[in-house]
Design a protein around this ligand. Sequence first.
Ligand code: FES
Length: 156
Amino acid sequence: MPLPLDQPQSGAELYEGLNSVLQRHGHQAHGLIEVLNHAQQLYGHLSEPLLRHIARQLQLPFSRVQGTASFYHLFRFKAPARHSCLVCTGTACHVLGAAQLLADLRNAAMEELGVELGSVRCIGTCSGAPLVVVDGEVWNHLSSAAVLKRLRELEP
Ligand code: FES
Protein backbone atom coordinates (compact mmCIF):
# COMPACT_ATOMS: atom_id res chain seq x y z
CA MET A 1 0.00 0.00 0.00
CA PRO A 2 1.58 3.30 -1.04
CA LEU A 3 2.03 6.11 1.40
CA PRO A 4 -0.86 8.54 1.08
CA LEU A 5 0.35 11.67 -0.65
CA ASP A 6 -2.00 13.95 1.29
CA GLN A 7 -0.25 13.11 4.57
CA PRO A 8 2.72 15.22 5.62
CA GLN A 9 5.79 13.42 4.36
CA SER A 10 9.14 14.40 3.04
CA GLY A 11 9.22 15.02 -0.69
CA ALA A 12 5.53 14.35 -1.44
CA GLU A 13 4.82 17.85 -2.69
CA LEU A 14 8.27 18.36 -4.11
CA TYR A 15 8.01 15.25 -6.24
CA GLU A 16 4.33 15.31 -7.10
CA GLY A 17 5.29 15.23 -10.79
CA LEU A 18 5.94 11.52 -10.27
CA ASN A 19 2.41 10.75 -9.10
CA SER A 20 1.09 9.73 -12.51
CA VAL A 21 3.85 7.23 -13.25
CA LEU A 22 3.65 5.84 -9.70
CA GLN A 23 -0.08 5.39 -10.09
CA ARG A 24 0.27 3.81 -13.53
CA HIS A 25 2.38 1.10 -11.90
CA GLY A 26 0.12 0.84 -8.88
CA HIS A 27 3.07 1.83 -6.64
CA GLN A 28 4.52 -1.60 -7.37
CA ALA A 29 8.20 -2.50 -7.54
CA HIS A 30 7.97 -3.68 -11.16
CA GLY A 31 7.68 -0.03 -12.22
CA LEU A 32 11.01 0.97 -10.67
CA ILE A 33 13.02 1.51 -13.87
CA GLU A 34 10.29 3.53 -15.54
CA VAL A 35 9.81 5.60 -12.38
CA LEU A 36 13.56 6.26 -12.19
CA ASN A 37 13.64 7.22 -15.85
CA HIS A 38 10.65 9.52 -15.47
CA ALA A 39 12.16 11.07 -12.34
CA GLN A 40 15.40 11.87 -14.13
CA GLN A 41 13.53 13.44 -17.03
CA LEU A 42 11.54 15.60 -14.64
CA TYR A 43 14.21 16.59 -12.17
CA GLY A 44 17.42 16.33 -14.22
CA HIS A 45 19.16 13.87 -11.93
CA LEU A 46 18.41 11.37 -9.17
CA SER A 47 19.26 13.01 -5.86
CA GLU A 48 19.28 10.99 -2.67
CA PRO A 49 16.05 12.58 -1.37
CA LEU A 50 14.38 11.74 -4.68
CA LEU A 51 15.57 8.12 -4.52
CA ARG A 52 14.30 7.91 -0.94
CA HIS A 53 10.93 9.25 -2.04
CA ILE A 54 10.75 6.62 -4.81
CA ALA A 55 11.72 3.89 -2.35
CA ARG A 56 8.93 4.95 0.01
CA GLN A 57 6.38 5.14 -2.78
CA LEU A 58 7.28 1.72 -4.19
CA GLN A 59 7.73 0.23 -0.72
CA LEU A 60 11.24 -0.86 -1.52
CA PRO A 61 14.37 -0.64 0.58
CA PHE A 62 16.39 2.47 -0.30
CA SER A 63 19.41 0.23 -0.96
CA ARG A 64 17.52 -1.62 -3.70
CA VAL A 65 16.42 1.60 -5.41
CA GLN A 66 19.91 3.09 -5.17
CA GLY A 67 21.54 -0.16 -6.29
CA THR A 68 19.25 -0.51 -9.28
CA ALA A 69 19.78 3.11 -10.32
CA SER A 70 23.56 2.85 -10.04
CA PHE A 71 23.60 -0.32 -12.15
CA TYR A 72 22.43 1.58 -15.22
CA HIS A 73 24.75 4.11 -16.82
CA LEU A 74 21.88 6.22 -18.10
CA PHE A 75 21.09 7.52 -14.62
CA ARG A 76 22.84 10.60 -13.21
CA PHE A 77 23.17 11.34 -9.51
CA LYS A 78 24.49 14.87 -9.73
CA ALA A 79 22.97 17.86 -11.43
CA PRO A 80 24.29 18.31 -14.94
CA ALA A 81 26.72 21.19 -15.37
CA ARG A 82 25.24 24.47 -16.59
CA HIS A 83 28.37 25.50 -18.46
CA SER A 84 31.29 23.82 -20.15
CA CYS A 85 34.87 25.05 -20.15
CA LEU A 86 37.35 23.37 -22.46
CA VAL A 87 41.03 24.26 -22.14
CA CYS A 88 42.94 23.95 -25.40
CA THR A 89 45.96 21.71 -24.89
CA GLY A 90 47.32 21.98 -28.42
CA THR A 91 50.98 22.84 -28.96
CA ALA A 92 50.70 26.64 -29.12
CA CYS A 93 48.44 26.78 -26.06
CA HIS A 94 50.66 24.28 -24.25
CA VAL A 95 53.75 26.42 -24.86
CA LEU A 96 51.90 29.45 -23.44
CA GLY A 97 50.74 27.77 -20.24
CA ALA A 98 47.71 25.58 -20.98
CA ALA A 99 48.86 22.87 -18.57
CA GLN A 100 49.06 25.36 -15.70
CA LEU A 101 45.72 26.89 -16.70
CA LEU A 102 44.09 23.47 -16.71
CA ALA A 103 45.64 22.62 -13.33
CA ASP A 104 44.51 25.93 -11.83
CA LEU A 105 40.96 25.42 -13.07
CA ARG A 106 40.94 21.83 -11.78
CA ASN A 107 41.86 23.17 -8.34
CA ALA A 108 39.06 25.71 -8.44
CA ALA A 109 35.56 24.75 -7.42
CA MET A 110 34.22 24.14 -10.92
CA GLU A 111 31.33 22.08 -9.60
CA GLU A 112 30.14 24.91 -7.38
CA LEU A 113 30.22 27.20 -10.39
CA GLY A 114 28.20 24.67 -12.38
CA VAL A 115 31.05 24.30 -14.85
CA GLU A 116 32.15 21.03 -16.40
CA LEU A 117 35.85 21.26 -17.12
CA GLY A 118 37.51 19.46 -20.01
CA SER A 119 40.23 19.81 -22.57
CA VAL A 120 40.34 20.01 -26.32
CA ARG A 121 43.09 19.72 -28.93
CA CYS A 122 44.01 22.67 -31.14
CA ILE A 123 40.90 24.38 -32.41
CA GLY A 124 42.82 26.24 -35.13
CA THR A 125 42.95 29.73 -33.64
CA CYS A 126 46.44 29.47 -32.16
CA SER A 127 47.06 33.23 -32.29
CA GLY A 128 44.71 33.47 -29.29
CA ALA A 129 46.76 31.05 -27.17
CA PRO A 130 46.33 30.21 -24.42
CA LEU A 131 42.61 29.90 -24.85
CA VAL A 132 39.53 28.25 -23.46
CA VAL A 133 36.19 27.49 -25.07
CA VAL A 134 33.32 28.34 -22.74
CA ASP A 135 29.85 27.30 -23.85
CA GLY A 136 31.12 27.36 -27.42
CA GLU A 137 32.68 30.85 -27.15
CA VAL A 138 36.45 31.24 -27.46
CA TRP A 139 38.17 33.26 -24.73
CA ASN A 140 41.70 34.29 -25.80
CA HIS A 141 44.88 35.28 -23.97
CA LEU A 142 43.53 34.94 -20.45
CA SER A 143 45.34 34.06 -17.24
CA SER A 144 43.89 31.46 -14.87
CA ALA A 145 42.65 34.25 -12.60
CA ALA A 146 40.95 36.03 -15.50
CA VAL A 147 39.25 32.83 -16.70
CA LEU A 148 38.03 32.13 -13.17
CA LYS A 149 36.73 35.67 -12.79
CA ARG A 150 34.75 35.40 -16.03
CA LEU A 151 33.45 31.93 -15.12
CA ARG A 152 32.13 33.33 -11.83
CA GLU A 153 30.30 36.01 -13.78
CA LEU A 154 28.41 33.51 -15.97
CA GLU A 155 24.68 33.21 -15.58
CA PRO A 156 23.91 30.63 -12.91
S1 FES B 1 46.99 25.13 -29.90
FE1 FES B 1 45.32 26.06 -28.95
S2 FES B 1 44.21 26.84 -30.59
FE2 FES B 1 45.87 25.88 -31.56
